[in-house]
Design a protein around this ligand. Sequence first.
Ligand SMILES: [Ca+2]
Ligand SMILES: [Ca+2]
Length: 82
Amino acid sequence: MDSVDRIKYANLEFNLEQLLKGETMLRGDANNNGGLDIRDLVSIIEFIVNGTECPSMRNADANQDGVVNIQDLVWVIKAIVG
Ligand SMILES: [Ca+2]
Ligand SMILES: [Ca+2]
């Protein structure tokens, strides 16, 4: 690895860190905390029932069909249960 490669690698690490600090792309991670658990279900339920937006609507759309609904809830339940 020469110095140019080192700089490229450092930039890549930096970009990754910035990305991780912001909204992470994790399907089903509706509350955007980096993991999947019951709180993501609660967040999606609150959106479906009350219209309260999830911290990450992009992640809340777990099945990536463009809308957040019961199917995403099922998707997250399956992902949690395994
Ligand atoms: Ca989460
Ligand atoms: Ca969906």
